[in-house]
Design a protein around this ligand. Structure first.
Ligand SMILES: Nc1ncnc2c1ncn2[C@@H]1O[C@H](COP(=O)(O)OP(=O)(O)O)[C@@H](O)[C@H]1O
Ligand SMILES: [Mg+2]
Length: 452
């Protein structure tokens, strides 16, 4: 008996310790079973208390009366599936007649408290079926990306964890250009670094413009095909990219040769329609601190600024089909930066806002998309750098946080994949000079020359 008591105390203590120090492990060991039991056992009463039940139908009432049975109870939505996940539970419900998805969404905070879960979000899967995604703990506190992510589609990079435990992907083919805003020290550069690390193993040319003297992107230079660290080089680089874009369009034109015999599906209108051996490599242009490109003090600089913005607007308007994608980061990106900015912003479909200090900055990201998202971006606490609000493919928005990839980790990943940095003739002049002597760490990578 004492042996049993001691074991029990030890297990409870271990569970308590895990829950406090390692909520993710606690969830996978104890939490998930307890929560699934809790949801199963309390389901009917919680749904009733959250006013998500419907009165019995007429025929059931009539049947009860006819057979002299007690009046049947109110009925909650039927559970189609209860699936445990790495971070929580997914509950799929079939709504009863008269209920709608909005009822469930409006009750999600009540459900969260009643089931003692950390977060509950709901979405409609199809008419009459709603999915509740519940998380068991704060998944954004210590971001751990799942070991397995969906990498089946090219140019789709898992970059952050969503609040509901899902993975946020940066899908360049669905959303070619993106804007990331945030106050200083809010986590923009870390987000961008994650993107670079995610893109490094893919067949893609990386082009960087970092007017903060290159402190963020130059350490990753071995994986980059072109880099600029000041406005003058940035202008030349962007204009060279516009030339590269024209060349790519020539390749697509040459391949089109549309005749009556060519099936519709084979007419090439962008690089992804070209056969693989002809396809130009896609280019991702990363711009950190974009406002630096739009500021000027003298007349000369103003001319340069106008040319830079024009080149960016052209890339944003025409780049997608040529496989040129823009990834722009900045603190603010509004009309006060001068003409052309709002036009450029309108082309940047993907929006992400880290913590911002005022509503107008958040509005630059979401004002024209969702007022709720503006509010959510302002409410991000200062002690959670990296937490951001992002628009998602469904037109809604979600809170995300990228894993904290240190510069060292990103440098190692980039060095490991340095041989994948393609050589683009149009951008040859901007290819960063790679250090001649590989460091000890670099010589571990397969690209380094064998020096033994
Ligand atoms: N996803 C994250 N998780 C944890 N800490 C982060 C995260 N992103 C940023 N940080 C912290 O915030 C600091 C500032 O981030 P940084 O990306 O340089 O901000 P910004 O570029 O917006 O000025 C980083 O040094 C890092 O310590
Ligand atoms: Mg930064």
């Amino acid at each position: 008996m004492t042996g049993f008591t001691v074991t029990l105390v030890l297990v409870v203590a271990a569970a308590g310790l895990l829950r406090w120090r390692r909520p993710a492990w606690y969830w996978m060991t104890f939490g998930v079973t307890l929560a699934a039991l809790r949801v199963r056992l309390r389901y009917a009463s919680v749904m009733d208390a959250c006013r998500l039940t419907v009165p019995p139908s007429r025929w059931r009432l009539a049947l009860a009366r006819a057979t002299n049975r007690p009046i049947p109870e109110n009925r909650p939505p039927r559970i189609l599936r209860l699936r445990p996940t790495r971070t929580g539970l997914v509950l799929r419900l079939k709504l009863r007649p008269g209920q709608d998805a909005f009822d469930v969404a409006a009750a999600s905070d009540r459900l969260r408290h009643s089931f003692t879960m950390y977060g509950v979000t709901s979405r409609e899967l199809r008419s009459g079926v709603v999915e509740l995604r519940m998380t068991g703990y704060d998944v954004l506190k210590r971001v751990q990306m799942p070991a397995k992510t969906d990498t089946s589609r090219p140019m789709r990079i898992p970059v952050a964890l969503r609040e509901d435990g899902g993975v946020h992907y940066r899908d360049y083919r669905a959303v070619p250009h993106a804007l990331t805003l945030g106050a200083t020290e809010s986590g923009k550069s870390v987000y961008q670094r994650n993107l670079v690390a995610g893109l490094a193993p893919h067949d893609v040319a990386l082009v960087g413009i970092d007017c903060k003297q290159g402190v963020e992107l130059f350490p990753l230079a071995r994986r980059f095909s072109a880099l600029a660290d000041n406005q003058d080089t940035a202008l030349d680089l962007l204009e060279a990219l516009v030339d590269h874009m024209q060349d790519v369009y020539q390749v697509i034109r040459a391949e089109q040769r549309i005749s009556i015999a060519v099936p519709d599906a084979e007419i090439a209108a962008d690089i992804w329609d070209l056969p693989e051996h002809l396809r130009p490599v896609p280019v991702v242009v990363l711009v950190d601190e974009v406002a630096e490109l739009a500021l000027y003090a003298t007349k000369e600089e103003e001319k340069r600024r106008d040319r830079i913005i024009t080149a960016l607007v052209r890339l944003a308007q025409l780049g997608r089909a040529a496989g040129i994608y823009l990834e722009i980061c900045g603190q603010r990106f509004g009309s006060e930066l001068g003409k052309g900015i709002t036009m450029l912003r309108a082309q940047l479909t993907g929006r992400t806002a880290h913590r911002v200090n005022d509503e107008s900055s958040a509005s630059m990201a979401f004002g024209d998309i969702s007022p709720d998202a503006v509010l959510a971006a302002i409410q991000i606490p200062t002690d959670a750098p990296g937490v951001a609000v992002t628009g998602d493919s469904s037109g809604g928005w979600a809170r995300i946080r990228a894993p904290h990839t240190s510069l060292r980790q990103a440098v190692n990943i980039c060095n490991r994949h340095a041989d994948r940095a393609p050589h683009l003739p149009a951008l040859a002049a901007f290819r960063p000079a790679v250090p001649a002597v590989p460091s000890a760490r670099m010589s571990l990578s397969k690209t380094a020359p064998a020096t033994a």
